[in-house]
Design a binder for this molecule. Structure first.
Ligand SMILES: Nc1ncnc2c1ncn2[C@@H]1O[C@H](COP(=O)(O)OP(=O)(O)O)[C@@H](O)[C@H]1O
Ligand SMILES: [Mg+2]
Length: 387
């Protein structure tokens, strides 16, 4: 269907595709979105998360640190995987392809340099050709072009979802990197909300466990390694000295800063070798993740906003040790499950990119200048389709 026909529709069925910095797999969310003026009403219909097999994950990660040729190839290889995963999703949920109006694809971030540039791969022309569904992709670059850092982009969706409840929310997503949005109870528009990347999410823990097991394990399942280790207060203090935490928001970060190189430097410096050493390191990094989230709130927002409710999404919400630390740190706030608000721990980001795609079609600007530092609200995403 041509784009102008989509623009005339007030109801869209959209697939949101999310491959986050953890590079664990592709999340696919089918969302029904109704437009009511500038308001959107959205409902999640189906969701699935398809893991990359470890061989493919290693292959792509290898390519991403390679030469131009490797990145060029990865751009297509990863998208062919996504096309297959979307086909699998449609089959598993008996969805007729002709009922899908649009795909919103976040892409795989391979470099993110706030203040300068950002690059997501996952060639949308491949999705459009393989699936014959119009695709919106490359959401971040419009915001960067307008002087922003291109992240975080979910805050506008958080605002649309939560503005009807009159409470002060902190909406935390713990992916490879962690970010939160604060929606004050008296927010009148998206200019009254705040968001930032707080620093590491699961990314450092994932990298540490991968070093500890030579890639056999990719994450600390249920926080078992963290539970077995002891927090090293010296290392913890040193970690908080990182200059990112001094910077005032708006700000965003990525794996280039809080990723495997960061962990490798710690392993070398502290001569981490034995399983015990690694358990202690993982205990420390897990505490560091939770503390850096709390300190971002404490340093920049605590004097203005008292949080009523915290909702945690992303894979980090499944790590009981991170959650335990957070509950201890944010002792006065109520923690609620995303389910209370018809959201799902894993689906929030893919749902957001489905909604961002619909906003692009309806030409509603969707970045939040307070969150990204952009000069103005702009349309997000490039449109591509195959006839
Ligand atoms: N049961 C679990 N125990 C501990 N950590 C988990 C668990 N499930 C998921 N995770 C963490 O969540 C990460 C994936 O989170 P996700 O929200 O998909 O991040 P991203 O958006 O960066 O892809 C995994 O790499 C892992 O660190
Ligand atoms: Mg993921």
């Amino acid at each position: 269907m041509e784009i102008c026909k989509l623009q005339k529709k007030d109801k869209l069925i959209v697939l949101g595709l999310m491959s986050g910095t953890s590079m664990d797999g592709l999340d696919i969310c089918q969302v029904k979105i109704n437009r009511k003026g500038e308001n959107l009403d959205a409902r999640m219909i189906n969701f699935a998360s398809y893991q990359y097999d470890p061989e493919f994950k290693n292959y792509i990660e290898d390519k991403l640190t390679g030469q131009t040729q490797d990145i060029c190839r990865a751009n297509f290889d990863i998208t062919r995987q996504w096309s297959k995963m979307v086909e699998r999703f449609l089959k598993e949920y008996s969805i007729d392809k002709s009922n899908i109006d649009l795909i919103g694809s976040h892409g795989q971030t391979i470099w993110h340099e706030p203040g300068h540039s950002t690059l997501q791969i996952g060639e949308p022309a491949v999705l459009a050709e393989d699936l014959r569904i119009p695709v919106i992709a490359d959401f971040r670059v419009n915001d960067v072009a307008a002087g922003g850092s291109g992240a975080p982009l979910v805050p506008f969706i958080d605002y649309l979802w939560f503005k009807r409840y009159k409470k002060t929310y902190l909406l935390l997503n713990i992916g490879g990197i962690a970010n939160f949005t604060i929606i004050p109870e008296d927010a009148k528009s998206n200019h009254d909300i705040y968001a930032l990347d707080t620093g590491p999410g699961n990314g450092l823990i994932d990298a540490a466990i991968s070093f500890a097991t030579q890639g056999k394990l990719t994450f600390d399942l249920d926080g078992e390694w963290a539970k077995a280790g002891e927090i090293d207060q010296n290392i913890l203090e040193e970690l908080h000295d990182h200059p990112y935490f001094e910077k005032s928001p708006p700000k965003s970060t990525g794996k280039e800063v809080f990723g495997s190189q960061f962990v490798k430097a710690l392993i070398d410096k502290y001569k981490i070798q034995s399983q015990d050493d690694f358990q202690n390191l993982i205990a420390t990094l897990t505490r560091f993740t939770a503390e850096s989230i709390f300190k971002s709130y404490e340093k920049f927002f605590a004097d203005k906003y008292i949080i009523d409710e915290i909702i945690v999404s992303g894979g980090g919400a499944r790590n009981p040790v991170i959650m335990q630390h957070l509950k201890e740190l944010f002792e006065d706030a109520e923690f609620s499950s995303p389910h209370k608000y018809n959201l799902n721990i894993d689906a929030k980001e893919s749902l957001a990119f489905a909604m961002l795609a619909a906003l692009r079609i309806w030409e509603i600007p969707a970045n939040v200048p307070n969150a990204t530092g952009a000069d103005r609200p702009v349309l997000l995403g490039k449109i591509i389709y195959a006839k």
